[in-house]
Design a protein around this ligand. Structure first.
Ligand code: ATP
Ligand code: MG
Length: 320
């Protein structure tokens, strides 16, 4: 890597700037964020190479994050069905050491989960220091699907007072406070909304019907959910406006072109981890002196071996 860290950050910032939701601004969907956008300086024919470069850098920085053991990184993916969460996670994280990443997918909550406060199940899956945690859906479902379908809220067993009209404003505040707490404690949060258009979702659903190899992905439930498209767009827009903060801003990733979506999502994650600037720990003078002593001891074994070849034979035999 010949390029300096600051140059790379500048390049990434320029690229991801249009995706960032400015804290406090109002959001209208799809008006404010075009699902079909691609940056003119990123070409499709270079997509593979561009993604590869990002993936490799991410892997390098993840190794430092793990060694430093100070920061954790939570990456939240939210999207409408068929926007491409799974594929993006697969491609962007493909080069990273599997021991450093944990992916959690959140489905309809279990009865055990419903017996707890609504953030409980997400808190249990937060990344430890040194880890990257990926949330495939997240606590944001609590202000999306739960908002679009009031009967889900009704089933959440909360006291009546907690289910009042102000529940969404209150959840936005609680989520913002929670994320602030996490960031203050070294667990940083990257939030990606994969923004697919209504037309493109239809095309992808049709492909799942028409292409036998994709039949397994088809879900009648997804088609039913599509009927609520406008309600979802509204819920997403309000959620983006209310929960994009200085400490945990949202990025809206154009999702109609898969190749561009992957590069853009990767760039936002990479920007954050480079910004954190994790470093391999350096050792103290005492630890270094200890290490040199250990080195002498290891080398002395060889000296011994030369003086006593029989012992070497035994050592080899016992090592098998
Ligand atoms: P895929 O379809 O690619 O396997 P998915 O994330 O869509 O992945 P599904 O099992 O199809 O997984 O759907 C999970 C469902 O769970 C979604 O419809 C989502 O809205 C719902 N869900 C997630 N969180 C909650 C929640 N807190 N309350 C109610 N429903 C939820
Ligand atoms: Mg699904």
């Amino acid at each position: 890597m010949t390029e300096s860290r600051t140059d790379r950050l500048r390049e990434l910032r320029r690229f991801i700037e249009p995706f960032r939701v400015e804290p406090g601004r109002k959001v209208r969907l799809p008006k404010d964020f075009d699902p079909g956008y691609t940056a003119d300086f990123v070409k499709k024919q270079d997509a593979k190479e561009t993604l590869q470069r990002g993936v490799q850098q991410l892997a390098e920085y993840q190794a430092r994050l793990a060694a430093q053991d100070t920061y954790g990184l939570l990456v939240v993916f939210q999207a409408m069905d068929a926007a491409g969460k799974d594929g993006t996670i697969k491609h962007v994280m493909s080069g990273v050491n599997p021991q450093g990443v944990e992916v959690s997918s959140f489905k309809v909550p279990s009865s055990e989960e419903l017996d707890h406060d609504y953030l409980w199940r997400y808190a249990r899956r937060l990344p430890a220091r040194g880890m990257i945690g990926i949330f495939n859906r997240s606590y944001y479902e609590e202000v999306l699907v739960v908002r679009v379908h009031p009967q889900i809220l009704a089933g959440q067993k909360m006291p009546r007072k907690a289910k009042g009209k102000d529940v969404w404003a209150r959840r936005f505040r609680e989520i913002n406070d929670w994320e602030r707490y996490l960031v203050d404690n070294g667990i940083h949060v990257v939030k990606l909304f994969l923004n697919v258009s209504r037309e493109e979702q239809k095309e992808r659903f049709l492909a799942r019907v028409d292409d036998p190899e994709r039949n397994w992905k088809f879900s009648a439930a997804d088609i039913r959910e599509r009927r609520y498209w406008d309600d979802y767009q509204k819920a997403f827009a309000e959620m983006l406006a209310a929960t994009s903060t200085e400490w945990a801003p949202w990025h809206v990733i154009p999702a109609d072109r898969k190749w561009f979506m992957r590069i853009a999502a990767g760039a936002v994650i990479l920007d954050k981890i480079i910004d954190l600037d994790p470093r391999f720990p350096t050792v103290s003078d005492e630890a270094r002196a200890e290490m040199l002593k250990a080195r002498d001891e290891l080398l002395a074994e060889d000296g011994q071996a030369q003086a006593d070849p029989k012992a070497t034979g035994q050592a080899r035999a016992s090592r098998g």
